[in-house]
Design a binder for this molecule. Sequence first.
Ligand code: GTQ
Length: 374
Amino acid sequence: MAKPRENYREDVAGRANVEDTPELLAYYDELDTYNAGALWTVANKIEPWEPKSDSVPVLWRYRDLRSHVLRSVDLVTPEKAGRRVIYLNNPGRTDVAAAVGWIYAGLQVMHPGERASAHRHSASAVRFIMEGSGAYTVVDGHKMTLGANDFVLTPNGTWHEHAVESSGTPCIWQDGLDIPLVNALEANFYEVHPDLSQAVTYAVDDMTKTWGNPGLTPNGGNWSKGYSPMFKYEWAPTYEALGRYAECTDGSPFDGVLMEYVNPASNGPVMKTMGASMQMLRPGERTRAHRHTGSYLYHVSKGRGHSIINGQRFDWQERDIFCVPSWAWHEHANASDTEDACLFCLNDLPVMRSLGLYREEAFGDNGGHQPVVA
Ligand code: GTQ
């Protein structure tokens, strides 16, 4: 007796629509035994009309998570944990530990005097600093001091370690890595540094001082690696740049005033697999809805407001994190009529663009706004 099975039929010309018969069911069972199958039973599932994300829109409220993150300090040491991190677990992506799509994210906490051992891996990572003073990261011998809203790269293959100076305060930052993507590609290697820590062999903050000067490139500057030589993008010049740009642009109807972080040696994305942007929603600004391919993880750097994602409203404030899955409609609104709001966004746009998979669409109805269903 043939077992019942899923058959993804669609009554549309050009799509698979084969009804089950006892003979066909027996045939499918026979194919199973040879580790093979009939395409028409799965074709409509594996070739959807448009992207179907398994990720669901989620808002992680910092006021809910913060005390739980701090509690981990009493429960585990960085030595035992390797990295003391509470990760963001999208309910649709728990199998791959992703916050959204193929992007992993977590909140790492470190107390003054603590240090996490040096390592390197095929996955690329970023940090976005949330609170505390005295934190620093060392990347291939370059030490970077870290302050709130600074954006830091630890590109794939680079030795990196994190610590907080003894004179500092408890620090929390957001990690973002392409771990799920690199694992999906079955290309992830991991190494612990033989000395568990690396020597600082350059002047502190040298890469930002060398490469982070607007409109200027260093004499003889020569950089051809696949990631940005500017390992740290500081908040003050980023915010200033947005303010300057806002003086002379209407901005995007979908994103307000948005600037992408770039590799100053190529003007391309900061790393091959992940890009990032900072956008400003001006006082009272409400954007129109659109959708595009790629996965997006937003971090509220400043202000408060709300986003509507696939018809669901999420109210956010400073330090909250939320995700927009691939091809999900989304629009943003600043709740204040006097203050701007700023959203940092980590994404896999470099992958989508370089593979020719980027696509976008504007929401046409209702002046570009979605009906809110929840
Ligand atoms: O610091 O490289 O949150 O390897 C997860 C995995 C951080 C890191 C995380 C990692 C790191």
